[in-house]
Design a protein around this ligand. Structure first.
Ligand code: AMP
Ligand code: MG
Length: 410
């Protein structure tokens, strides 16, 4: 049985970062990993422009309150966002300007329309503007030649927007790992099948598909393989041939029909370990064939998700050249005591929530049975209890791993 940390290191030691690059349209770029540095090819914004709807003015005309009161400006032109002024702004003049419109030559400030009063063609300015007020300078967002986005960036909504602003319709990204997901078990049926005694609906394939997508890889559902040697072998062969990573669920524990565990050698996998000193998730087969990775996850719905998040996700992250392989981790006091004597690393399902006076606290989701999918459904974090810890008291600080996409509670 492998210590958890050792198992993780073995897995990461087998991962070769994917190098192939492909081009995807902007609408498909979210969540993908940028394959090269992206330099700005021009200044963005391209010209000094107005940050407000208002009036472009010369600050020299309005040095103090008195000049504002006594000297209205003559409005000589109206500048829509795409409109270049026909002449430079002269002393005593203003141009009405819309947000985004280029600043006319001669102007050095914009006064918000809310701070002005228009009478016919004359405008009174409420108080003396300062040079540069409400002007967005050329290159103020991204400067020509500057590296705006670095290789390896996981594209977020904001960085996809930056790519668009930089003039890209297609984005060079790393090819995402293709992950085959195979459920196993004679009792497993697809979600629409009626439940009769002895049947279990396939939830694992769908939870795992979500986790794969969340990690930025591409899930390929391969259906359910029955517990028979021939069909399972065929599915394993196909799964390894067609994907970078193959994940199975079920068939790796001590039952008479747990064939996955027995067939891994026969399909040419080099097996690195078969059990891990963790709970849930003790039976886990990890194998490799060339650069392909195989994870035989346990069948219990919670176990398969826990092992995915603890071992498979870091492997996918490394394959995608991501620097952060793990969770956002913090310490928080736990609401209830917990005991164990099995010497395993436990991954309890928890809810991190606000405590008194801006503190954070964590409580468990209740019964921690590895078949209880609702305990994952309610959780926003894992509480990690170390191998050698036997007892935790209420109020003790524990290590909390926050699930991706969960905001830190306020
Ligand atoms: P096994 O390791 O194959 O004995 O599976 C352990 C437990 O997980 C059994 O109760 C299975 O019915 C259950 N299980 C296995 N595969 C799935 C699946 N795809 N979806 C939901 N439960 C599963
Ligand atoms: Mg089974």
């Amino acid at each position: 049985m492998r210590p958890f940390q050792e198992a993780l290191e073995i897995v990461l030691g087998q991962v070769r970062p994917l190098q192939k690059v492909e081009s995807v349209p902007l609408t498909a770029a979210y969540g993908r990993v940028l394959a090269m540095d992206i330099a700005a090819r021009e200044d963005i914004p391209v010209a000094d422009n107005s940050a407000m709807d208002g009036y472009a003015v010369r600050t020299a005309d309005l040095p103090d309150e008195a000049s504002c009161r006594e000297r209205p400006l003559r409005v000589v032109e109206v500048l829509a966002a795409d409109h270049l002024a026909s002449s430079a702004l002269k002393s005593g003049e203003a141009m009405k300007i819309m947000t985004g419109a280029p600043i006319p030559p001669g102007a050095d400030a914009v006064v918000m329309v809310e701070h002005t009063r228009l009478e016919g063609e004359r405008v009174w300015i409420g108080k003396p503007p300062r040079e540069g007020n409400h002007i967005r300078v050329a290159g103020g967002d991204m400067r020509k030649g500057e590296i705006a986005l670095v290789k390896g960036t996981r594209l977020t909504p904001a960085t996809v927007g930056m790519m668009a602003a930089l003039g890209y319709a297609d984005v060079p990204v790393l090819r995402a790992p293709q992950v085959g997901i195979l459920a196993t078990g004679d009792e497993i049926v697809e979600p629409t099948a009626p439940l009769t005694p002895g049947r279990v609906r396939n939830s694992n394939s769908y939870s795992l598909a979500g986790l794969v997508s969340q990690a930025g890889a591409v899930p390929h559902l391969m259906g359910i393989a029955p517990d028979s040697e021939e069909s399972l072998k065929t599915s394993l062969q196909a799964g390894l041939a067609e994907h970078d990573v193959l994940i199975t669920s079920g068939g790796v524990s001590m039952g008479d029909f747990d064939y996955v565990k027995r067939l891994v050698d026969e399909v040419g996998l080099k097996v690195h370990f078969r059990t891990i000193n963790m709970k849930p998730g003790k039976p886990v087969v990890f194998g490799t064939r060339g650069e392909k990775l195989f994870f035989g996850l346990p069948g219990n719905p919670v176990s398969s998700m826990v092992v995915f998040l603890q071992l498979v996700r870091p492997a996918l992250m490394k394959a995608m050249q991501q620097p952060d392989l793990g969770f956002r981790t913090l310490q928080a006091p736990i609401a209830e005591p917990f005991s164990k004597t099995d010497g395993k690393r436990h991954f309890l399902r928890g809810v991190l929530h606000p405590g008194p006076e801006g503190t954070l606290q964590v409580r468990l989701t209740g019964d921690q049975g590895s078949g209880l999918l609702h305990s994952m459904g309610r959780a926003n974090c894992f509480v990690v209890i170390a191998e050698d810890t036997q007892r935790i008291e209420a109020g003790d600080a524990v290590t909390v791993q926050l699930f991706e996409g969960e905001p830190l509670p306020a």
